[in-house]
Design a protein around this ligand. Structure first.
Ligand code: SAM
Length: 245
């Protein structure tokens, strides 16, 4: 068993924690290099694979090593209910390429506070085919709780931290209830869609960088939508428009 712990520690510094079967499944599907993967019950994990990811059954048979509950608890403080954990290595250079050669909007989260929201937006970006997700401020968008909330879909899109002056070129649409109605706009493919923090909204720096302030239609007396649901509406608007052009 010490062997699995030693192997895990070899990659723990540079590796991204994949917490649970679904995170491992998505990371493998989108080409992550996974040097180590463990399961509390290997046969149960393979049964899940046969049920939910038959495309990966062979890969997982070769990869998954069974470890006792105690060992899993040593590697991951609060193991996922599926009892699966792995480490994945991000592909070097991928983010820079994705941010430069954009053919779909890039989501920018301006100083987000909630790691679950960050992960939910990464999952949205991956599912909608957005160019990626950038975050400003102090949160690490690759924090294990963000990767858990995205179900490992960080590996299906570009995710990075950038401050406002480091944002790539392109028209920036900043979302705020006082802006112009999104329904009248067509979002260009190289647009950046910026959303403010859960407590304080958009920062002054982001407002200054913005080309337009955009509002999501909302009933009077409702203060605002949740951050991740706002990103979902904006990306859906882009997808619906892109399809009708
Ligand atoms: C929970 S809201 C922030 C609320 C915050 N108290 C404020 O003062 O803005 C998080 C972000 O979602 C976006 N958002 C929420 N509702 C919106 C709406 N109706 N129109 C445009 N953006 C919205 C904005 O980018 C906002 O900064």
């Amino acid at each position: 068993m010490d062997e699995e712990i030693a192997e895990w520690r070899t990659y723990a510094g540079e590796g991204v924690l994949l917490d649970g079967f679904h995170a491992l499944k998505h990371a493998l599907r989108f080409g992550a290099r996974v040097p180590v993967a463990v399961a509390r019950d290997r046969e149960a994990a393979l049964a899940l694979a046969r049920d939910l990811a038959p495309d990966l059954t062979g890969t997982l048979e070769g990869l998954l090593r069974e470890v006792p509950d105690r060992t899993l608890g040593t590697l991951v403080p609060r193991p996922h209910p599926t009892g699966v954990a792995a480490l994945a290595l991000p592909a070097p250079g991928r983010t820079e390429r994705a941010l430069r050669d954009r053919e779909a909007p890039l989501v920018v989260l301006d100083n987000p506070r909630n790691l679950g929201n960050v992960g939910a937006v990464v999952r949205l970006a991956a599912g909608c085919g957005a160019a990626g997700v950038l975050t400003t401020g102090t949160v690490d968008p690759w924090h294990p709780s963000c990767v858990r909330a995205s179900a490992g879909l960080h590996f299906a899109t570009a995710v990075a931290h950038r401050e406002v002056p480091e944002l790539p070129e392109g028209p920036l649409y900043a979302f705020d209830p006082d802006g112009e109605d999104l329904r009248g706009l067509t979002l260009p493919p190289d647009a950046m869609l910026a959303f403010g923090s859960e407590r304080h909204g958009l920062t002054d720096a982001m407002r200054e960088r913005a080309d337009r302030l955009v509002a999501l239609p909302m009933r009077p007396q409702v203060s605002s939508f949740n951050l991740a649901t706002s990103a979902a509406m904006a990306l859906y608007h882009w997808m619906a428009g892109a399809r009708t052009q």
